[in-house]
Design a protein around this ligand. Structure first.
Ligand code: SF4
Ligand code: SF4
Length: 258
């Protein structure tokens, strides 16, 4: 019998939500377990099979000196390395530290800040090692994860659209909250993948899938201002789960400098 590809799932600084998306596959989980050898996945099993691994899924961002070292070791052990979620692809909500003085914050938050050995930044995995594919979302969409795994196991390109949430919104037939209700929405600059969940409930998108492939953040910010959003509203909108992504970071910094 042919050897099954070895799958490893690694955690860095994160909430575990994206790993749970894999466990949440329920109906498909048995098929996944039959297609790969789950060699390392502490969230799901105590079994540990030594590397090298055919596919590594990496959740979380790099926020400590240990993590900055460990990701290189994982890269060396992995034929394919796929990052999953906003933390791994953009630094996550913890990238808010990139705009502040971490030492000063630690001294306010912790009684004994001398025990905190964190880096001054939270960065995406791709800032440290070569990444074969980045799957976005906070958390990721489990069907997109299955598609990415299926594609790599069958040596084809993943069919993951990089266009905006607006296109999903139109496809689903939702009324545009920005046009109909003047509700600020980040959908025009946000990566598709959620099926336009928030507009389906008459809420604006707040960008949890991060920037789409060609985000025109300048135009969208101008529109938000026409709708009555303040400078601080715009900064806050671009500084959530994907604050560390280049497009959202740059846009927030432009408004901060105003
Ligand atoms: S509601 Fe938001 S995501 Fe949907 S079309 Fe309007 S701007 Fe785009
Ligand atoms: S509409 Fe936007 S904020 Fe809501 S789930 Fe989708 S990407 Fe995330």
């Amino acid at each position: 019998m042919a050897r099954l590809p070895k799958l490893a799932v690694w955690k860095f600084s994160s909430c575990d939500g994206c790993q749970l998306s894999l466990l949440d596959c329920e109906d498909e989980l048995l098929a996944v377990a039959g297609a790969v050898d789950i060699a390392y996945f502490p969230e799901a099993t105590r079994r540990v099979v030594k590397g090298p691994y055919d596919v590594s899924l990496v959740e979380g961002s790099v926020t400590t000196p240990e993590e900055a070292e460990r990701i290189h070791k994982i890269r060396r052990q992995s034929k394919l390395l796929i990052t999953i979620g906003a933390c791994a692809t953009a630094g996550g909500i913890q990238a808010l530290r990139n705009f502040a003085d971490v030492k000063e914050m630690a001294s306010v938050v912790y009684a004994s800040p001398e025990y905190i050995h964190a880096l001054g930044t939270s960065t995406a995995i791709a800032a440290h090692v070569e990444v074969d594919f980045e799957l976005r979302g906070c958390p990721i969409n489990k069907y997109q994860l299955l598609e990415v795994l299926n594609a790599f196991l069958n040596k084809r390109k993943p069919n993951i659209a990089a266009h905006s949430v607006c296109q999903e919104c139109k496809r689903e037939g939702h009324v545009c909250v920005m046009v109909a209700h003047r509700t600020p929405c980040l959908g025009p600059v946000t990566h598709a993948g959620c099926g336009a969940l928030c507009p389906a409930y008459d809420r604006g998108c707040y960008g949890c899938f991060g920037p789409m492939e060609t985000p025109n953040t300048r135009s969208l910010s101008a529109r938000w201002k026409e709708l009555g959003s303040s400078r601080d509203d715009v900064i806050r909108a671009f500084r959530t789960y994907n604050a560390g992504s280049e497009a959202f970071r740059k846009e927030s910094e432009i408004h901060e400098a105003l």
